[in-house]
Design a protein around this ligand. Sequence first.
Ligand code: ADP
Ligand code: MG
Length: 736
Amino acid sequence: MTDKLYEYVICEKCGAECPKNATKCIKCKNPLSKDYYRGLWLKNAIITLALFLLPCFILFYIINFEISTHFESQVMKQLQYSIDVNGRTIGAFFEERRADLLSISKLDIEGIRDIMTKRILLQRFAREKPWFDFIAVADPDGTILFSTNHIQANVENEPYFENALKGSFENSGIFYSAILDTNAMVLASPLLNRHDRIVGVILASICLRTFYARILDLRIGETSEVFLVDEQGIFLSPSRLGGQVLKEKGHFHKDTNPHTGNGGVIVHRDYRGEKVICAYKRFEELSGYLVSEIDMDEALAPVTILKRIMFIIFLLFACFVVASSFLFSRRVTNVVKKLTSTLKTALDDISHKKDTINNINRELRKRLSDCETLSHKILVSEEYIKNIINSISSGFIAIDHNLSITYCNSYVQAYAATKDVVIHTNLYEAFPLLKQNDVQQHVKAIFSMKQPFRLRRVPVTKGKNELILSIAGFPMQDRDIVAGAILVLNNVTEQELLHAQMADYEKLSALSQLALGAAHEINNPLQGITSYIELLLEEEHDVEKKRQTKEVLDNAYRISETVRGLLSFARPTPPKFTKISINKLITESLSFLQHQPLFRKIVADKTLSENVPQITADANQIRQVFLNIFINAAQAMPQGGSLQVMTTKVKFQEIVEITIRDTGVGISPEFIKKVFDPFFTTKKGEGTGLGLSISYSYIKNHDGTITITSEVNKGTEVTIHLPIRQVRSSNQEVLE
Ligand code: ADP
Ligand code: MG
């Protein structure tokens, strides 16, 4: 498992898994640190070690310290104890010796010279007391009168002698005796006679071996020893380890004397330079100190052993901790590694899923947007269809099988009972004018037999108006069921009227054909007549007859002209563009009409500009336009009036302007926009309503314009603009 984890390296920067032998991250291109987990592992190990070892080390140190202190204090107590015991022993020793000496210090003698009488007693005493080397008696001058070891000397200057002579019991302490030429300790007691007077001094030399043996018996170890030192630290008793009495100091020679005061326990370096634990106590009898010392090393040897054992245990424990922490850390690192890898896989998985979700989201959003677009399109197309239905100039009603209205366009509003048609109201309630047997039966038939119907002329009454409606109905099928019906209403009132007018027009047209025939019939003999009269006129020499003949000829010409005008008006001829003079055409047209009864009360006035050039136009069509306009003007002035005709060339333009003005009844504003509509006429029965519409189309044929302005009861003005030249396509004949 561990090996598997090391098959790849995870980049520390971006977390990408890289091949084990890669030097750079395959993703972020940063250098790869393969030691990352090793570092982590070491770090973990060190932290674990610190966590485990540091408290152990502190514990170890505290235990060590405690043990040392405890042991030291134990040793000190022991040393103190040995001092106490030794002190008591030595004290008791001296007490006994004092008692010994005092027991013989009162001898039954008269004077010092009698001492010799007691010689046997003294010798026996000395023999019985092995701790005395010898007993001596000195006279007040210090001269030794008697000694068990036969010393002859004078101790006059010895302090113990002087003091003893004064009556006190003296201990000389250990000193070098010149008399004995060795170390000695002398006890001195005043010698009393039988009258208790001091007659001399009795001296007892303590056997130092015995004395020392007493002390040394209390030893407590290899390096421990009990000895006596004076106030300067000079040995008063021999040291087992080499210290020599009265020759050496008990402490290290370079150090100051550690023994001060009445006693204590200290650590110092002894005369050998070794560190020792030392307990000491002042000993008055010897004017020095009883010292008990032991080498530090020895005293603390058990502690050292204990420490060593503990150290070994600690070391073993530390090794164990180190090993286990390394193992633990490695395991933890491996777990972390595995977790990282698992996490990475999971993250990759999540990222993959996120991508998928994002894709789905995108797709959903797209679909939603498509739906929105579609719904918008549906709305738009619904609106569009509604607009179409509303713009149809037919009434459109959708009903369900209950005859409730489900939809209707605005056009049907005109036929509704109320101002606004409410959806879901009954068809016949909303549109009472449809409540006719005929209509009802047909509507019923749509639902029962799926049968559509069309009623072309249904007279209805809407308010005061009589209308003619055309009503059609269709079934609205949903699969095989008739879900509803559509009714389409059309107002055909005007159409019907138009039909009537058309009938009139047909009649007029027929009349016009008759007139045309008649005109031909008149024209042909007329041509013969005029030719004959012209011949007569040429041959006639009589002035009066010639004048009369001329008058006849003029009238014949006029008849011919009238007939020709009639023919050109009635005969539809194809447009033929030639150069014509507008002025001339106007003059001809007016003169043709002036003889008509309609123009009898009309005063015609021409203002024809000479600047007007010839234009390219169809003379017949333009003539017909003028005739139409002049006739309209005359019809507008039944009681007579003035007709003004003006021509001019528009400045800076290749256009000729013709203005025809009358002082007739005028045209009301509501009609003026309809005057060019075919069949629009206000002259009931008399007019065809075609004059202006034909004129309009003729002027348009010439790329010109025709406009009408009018004021009721004042007159009308027609203005025509005609281009001087025609730009025609090739298939049309243009004659310049
Ligand atoms: P019609 O003369 O047969 O009625 P037109 O097309 O010539 O048909 O004229 C249409 C209508 O225009 C006339 O019915 C008339 O009401 C009106 N109109 C035309 N010219 C004049 C005019 N000069 N004065 C008054 N009304 C006119
Ligand atoms: Mg007319």
